[in-house]
Structure formats: C-alpha cells, structure tokens
Write a new protein. Structure first.
Length: 256
C-alpha cells in the first residue's frame, strides 16, 4: 500500500473545470429523489471552488431554467450521448488552445444522474495527486464475483491500494463517464477518447478506460467508500446513505 506522499504533486494548485452534461431525462432508472435540478445543485454544492460549464443535450426548458437560475454558462446541443461527450472534448481543445484553460487544470466530467458527497472536491484534488484518471464512484460491480471484465471475473482482478488523507483509494479497471483528469492528459489521450464515441450512440466508457490502461499505461483509481454515486436503482455505491445526501441538498436548494 502506498501513501499519497509517494505520488506526484502539482507545482501550483490547479483549477477544477466541471463539464456538466444534462439531458431532459435524469438517467434510465433513477432512485426516486434523483432529478435534474437536485443533482445539479448537489454537484455545485460539492464543488464550491470549481468553474462550471454545461452542455445541455436534447434538453428541455426546465434544464435551461436550472442554468439560468444558478448563473451557469451553458450551450444547447442535439447530439446524443456520444455526441455530447465529443462536444465536451471539443470544448477542452478550444479552451486550452486559446489559453483560457491551463494544461494542469483538472477537468471533471459530470453526468446529470449523479450525487456527490460534500467532500467530493477535496477528494478529487487528492486523487489527482495519485493517478492520471480519478473516479469518485465506488462502482458496486467491482464487488460482484460473477461480473466479467475482459475475460476475468472482477473478484480475480488485483488492485493497488493507496492511503490518502480522506481514506483509501484502489486502482480499478474501468468506470463510467463521470470522472476527472487533467487537460494535459486528455489532450495526450484525445484519440482514444474520440475513438470510443465515433459510430456509437452511447460512448463506450468501459472499453475506453480499458484501452487507456492497456495501451497508454494510464492509471485509474476510485475511493473506498465513494464520494459520488450513479443514481440508478441497482448501481448505488455501497455504504453511503445517498438518499440522505441528496435530501440534505434539497433542504439547501429550497433556499435558492
């Protein structure tokens, strides 16, 4: 097990750029209290020092209202899941090329059906001192002995453990499309990110991370327990009362 002290450091504390993707629907089978407004307010509360930009894809007026209400810059698209992710990659290329974003800035891709714990921002910064890619989601499929990943049962995949200030981190083989990395790493890996969107209606996130790890020798870690969860009924990260986390956001959101 390694300590965070053994890992890389940034010369200067980086900016965090949250690229938020929202559509009219909040996931395919969400937990009852997950909805677009609440999940977005929760993400903003969990990343109070970060800079937000939203891609509203196939989104209705209620999604626009959320952005207007919170003063969040956004753009409207009709590209579908993979297309909206590709557009997010274009934004990173554009803003880094014109000098608006720095190479060591952290980009956090956030989907609209996620809930975050209040410590998520600090956890992301911590994770980025350890790994090239960081997910805050402790995916329950990693504990399913029957789940197979590229010919191996998840229970047979070995992981490295890291001791952080906030708890434990583990190396992992894949995650969903809500994750963080740096602008520089994204630009270096851009070909792979685009490859797993081209010709697909839905981006192939699992295959993408497998390729990044195998061909680019990139690292990906997740925390135990998680600082975020996917909102699908059967996909909640273990050990955290996510309904309570989101309900506490609701109380704060009623004041906005």
């Amino acid at each position: 097990m390694r300590s965070v002290r053994d890992c890389r450091v940034f010369e200067n504390e980086p900016n965090i750029r949250v690229l938020y993707r929202m559509s009219s629907g909040c996931g395919r089978n969400p937990v009852s209290n997950f909805n677009n407004r609440l999940c977005f307010l929760n993400c903003q509360a969990a990343f109070p020092n970060s800079h937000f930009y939203a891609v509203l894809d196939n989104a209705d007026e209620s999604c626009e209202s959320i952005m207007e209400e919170t003063g969040t810059p956004y753009e409207m698209t009709n590209l579908g899941n993979a297309g909206a992710y590709t557009r997010s990659l274009d934004i990173i290329t554009e803003k880094s090329s014109n000098g608006e974003w720095n190479l060591n800035d952290i980009v956090y891709f956030a989907e609209n059906d996620y809930c975050h714990r209040p410590e998520a921002e600090d956890a992301l910064l911590e994770g980025m001192h350890i790994s090239d890619y960081v997910t805050l989601y402790d995916h329950p499929d990693k504990y399913d002995s029957e789940q197979i990943h590229y010919g191996m049962h998840y229970s047979d995949i070995k992981a490295k453990l890291y001791l952080g200030r906030s708890g434990y981190w583990r190396s992992t083989t894949s995650t969903c499309a809500t994750y963080g990395t740096t602008v520089n790493v994204l630009l270096e890996d851009m070909e792979i990110h685009r490859k797993f969107c081209e010709g697909w209606a839905t981006m192939q996130d699992c295959a993408m991370f497998h390729a990044l790890i195998e061909t680019r020798k990139r690292s990906l870690i997740s925390p135990m327990p998680g600082f975020a969860t996917h909102g699908e009924v059967n996909c909640l990260a273990p050990y955290i009362d996510w309904k309570r986390v989101l309900d506490e956001t609701r109380i704060v959101g009623e004041k906005i």
